[in-house]
Design a protein around this ligand. Sequence first.
Ligand SMILES: *Cc1c(COP(=O)(O)O)cnc(C)c1O
Length: 390
Amino acid sequence: MIPYGKHYIDDDDIQAVVDVLKSGVLTQGHAVEAFERGIADYVGARYAVAVSSGTAALHLAALAASVGPGTTLVTSPITFVASANAGAYAGGKVAFADIDPKTANMSPMALAETLASNPNTRAIVPVHFAGLPCDMSTIKHLADKAGAVVIEDAAHALGARYPDGRRVGCCADSLMTIFSFHPVKAIAAGEGGMITTNDDGVYRHLLRLRSHGINKFDDPLLLKNQAFTDGVQNPWYYEMQELGFHYRITDIQCALGYSQLRKLDSFLARRRALVKRYDEGLAGLRHVHPAQVSGRERSGHHLYVVRIDFESVGMSRNTLMLTLRQRGIGTQVHYIPVPMQPYYRAQGDTVAACPNACAYYEQALTLPLFYDLSDSEQTHVINVLKELLA
Ligand SMILES: *Cc1c(COP(=O)(O)O)cnc(C)c1O
């Protein structure tokens, strides 16, 4: 069975994990800092904070952006539920800005409308869908006008570049960017996430939130009479200054992530080549089109999504997916529009405001794309699709 996505682990990765296991330090050690430094340097951000998952990263980013009761977080309807849930975790309202059908990313025009009807928007979470960077300069401009901050969900986009050549995650047009290291993503840590930022205050806040809300480094202590004896700081003393979480990640995971990071550029090169082969191989199919048409030379190529006109083909998506599965080919749908989920439907009807997301959803199918997908496996996928859809 060829899955739609999977990780790739080599002997270096295994050795990196074994080294941690033998080192005597399993968590809160140097592998976490090394991975953080590695990601920050790679994307060109000042700071990076590693956490237990991409979802935890989104949650802490929403809190650091002061999303809370009475405020709104706006995201794309075409994303994993976690992008929206971050707003709900923080006690805020969640609203959606429809996609641009050409990119499947949040449309700046739709965002302007959503902001107009949600004047208390505190955070905008654009999602670089399938690795294709969003129009960040326009989104940043709208955010500034609305008094909101931008948190980029780059779970798909490690290694992707903006039009000016800088890497996604440098936070030139955002306060924070989050990544995920789930095994289907660009690099794997088992589970894991990262937040990058250039803001010193946000960085320190994230460090506290990651670990129970307890003070870090030289954070000023609030209760001086408890903290000091005759002017000398008490060695046992710490302060929980706000309600934080235990969202730490282990050295075991970070050693794997860091080892994988060194292979990221070759992972990306192979994904790019596979995408080109799909584009060429599927070009003759009249009712099948790549979901993203431009800017893809800068993409992180997390997913290869096609839009299939199932009505014209005369076959349902259900039949196609099950037939492909019988032929050894795994596919998936990314994503069911988040406002269609029962939890979000119950918060008020936001589906109607996302017609492009709904039309996209009717047609979307994700084909297998991962580093060690072989040419012959991919040719099999292309040939079976041609046979079924011609
Ligand atoms: C995977 C993913 C997340 C969540 O990451 P986890 O590490 O699985 O928690 C968030 N947003 C998007 C767009 C994702 O694809």
